[in-house]
Design a protein around this ligand. Structure first.
Ligand code: SF4
Length: 252
């Protein structure tokens, strides 16, 4: 069984989920005083690049990634710490122009934590209006309600091994539809058992696709595959295809 009791680690059981904002930390926006974009048409961007989607049900598809700077979390396995700071302020029109240069069908807005910038929902809506199939990768600690319904949301649920479990905003589950996906990054067997318990108690597989992904260097994909098969879990095993292709490098 999971090391932690349900009372302190799992979402509320009374009728499902609490209203957004309860059951997790309050949404945090990056302070404008820190130099992050305050103009509605401007965002702080770490990188924009064209690559193969390595995660989610869109794995393998050529995709433009727009990586926003900043994140309020510090997961133990984070592989994009370089996006915590730095970057450049870019007008929305320039972001759109760089995306268009690659002639993509798919665009993924990621981070860091993209929702930590208040202009992120505007960027997502504008990309949808431009005709792209847009997805959002978010850590699950910030409110999803402002995200355009056309966007496919890939939302983490942080496990004990992440070190950020207390930041899960359980009210976000109510904002998910069948087009969205929930992702658990698993560090060890304790994480797996905890995630399986959340899966059952929240009936997550009835909401949307659920991804179980091993944390690179901490849990082997083969071991996780064995557990999923043993327990007949209704989840998708996800390996990070881009890391198999190119290793753990930025801009891929
Ligand atoms: S939420 Fe994502 S970007 Fe932020 S610390 Fe965790 S893994 Fe890194």
């Amino acid at each position: 069984m999971p090391r932690h009791s349900a009372g302190d680690t799992l979402p509320p059981r009374h009728g499902g989920v609490e209203p957004s904002g309860a059951g997790g930390a309050a949404p945090q926006l990056l302070p404008q005083s820190a130099g992050f974009a305050s103009n509605v048409s401007q965002l702080r961007i770490s990188e924009i690049f064209f690559s193969i989607q390595g995660e989610s049900s869109r794995v393998g598809l050529p995709t433009v990634f727009v990586r926003l700077t900043g994140c309020p979390l510090r997961c133990t396995y984070c592989d994009t710490a370089y996006a915590f700071s730095g970057g450049r302020d870019m007008p929305l029109a320039q972001i759109l122009a760089e995306v268009a240069n690659h002639h993509p069908r798919y665009v993924t807005v990621t981070g860091g934590e993209p929702l930590a910038q208040k202009n992120c929902p505007h960027l997502l809506r504008t990309l949808c209006d431009a005709g792209y199939e847009v997805s959002l990768e978010t850590g699950g600690s910030l409110d999803l309600r402002g995200v355009d319904a056309r966007v496919m949301k890939v939302v983490d649920i942080k496990t004990p091994g992440s070190g950020e479990m207390e930041r899960n905003l359980w009210g976000n589950l109510a904002a998910l539809s069948a087009r969205d996906e929930i992702k658990f990054v698993l560090c060890d067997e304790n994480d797996y058992l905890w995630a399986a318990q959340v899966l059952r108690e929240c009936d997550l597989a009835a909401r949307c696709a659920v991804l179980f992904s091993p944390a690179l260097g901490r849990l082997s994909a083969a071991t996780l595959a064995g557990w999923i098969l043993r327990d007949h879990l209704p989840v998708r095993l996800q390996v990070q295809l881009h890391k198999l292709l190119w290793g753990d490098v930025a801009g891929r």
